[in-house]
Design a protein. Sequence first.
Length: 219
Amino acid sequence: MRVPTLRDLAALPYAHRLEPFTGEIEREGTYEWLHFDGSAFEDVQGGSTQFSESAFSSATFERGHYRRSRFDDVWMHTVRMVGTDLAETTWLDSECTASVFAGTEIHVSEMHRTVFHQCKFDSVNLRGSTLKDVAFVDCLLRDVDFGGAMLTGVSFPGSTLDVARFDKATVTRVDLSEALALGIASGIEALKGATISSIQLLDLAPALARHVGLTVKGG
């Protein structure tokens, strides 16, 4: 996947259509061509909501439930998702920059052609999700669980993985070679077929040795 250049709000093809959002997000609502600028949402029950060709700038989501919602061609910048339930959501052709996902549930979700730039993921559950042509660029992924997920065409250029879990994940065309650090807590056997660099191989050697049952003695 070719990582696209960072875009600002004015560069979006639908920027001229955007109108300021006012009001509240409602369950099963449909939101198109809207700019959520500085919006703050707390404990919103917004499940099965659809956002399309919309932008989020400095928006905050605290807790709240957005299960089965869709984010189609959505642009996010400096957004905070804290303790938010995004399970079973669908992300398509979306871009998220300089944002924070903390204590967020995104399990059993689908992400396709989605890019995360300079984002921080802390204690995020992506178990059972399907990620296809997704890029994590210059991101920090701390305590992120990809257990049972299907990753196809996923890359991590410039990103740091810290206590990442891949138990029973399925990986195809996953490129870890440009990641700054690979802190794999578990599931290293599931990375069969992934691409890593020679330096990363040395870093992962102790975990690989444990996996195959090798005993390494000092030289």
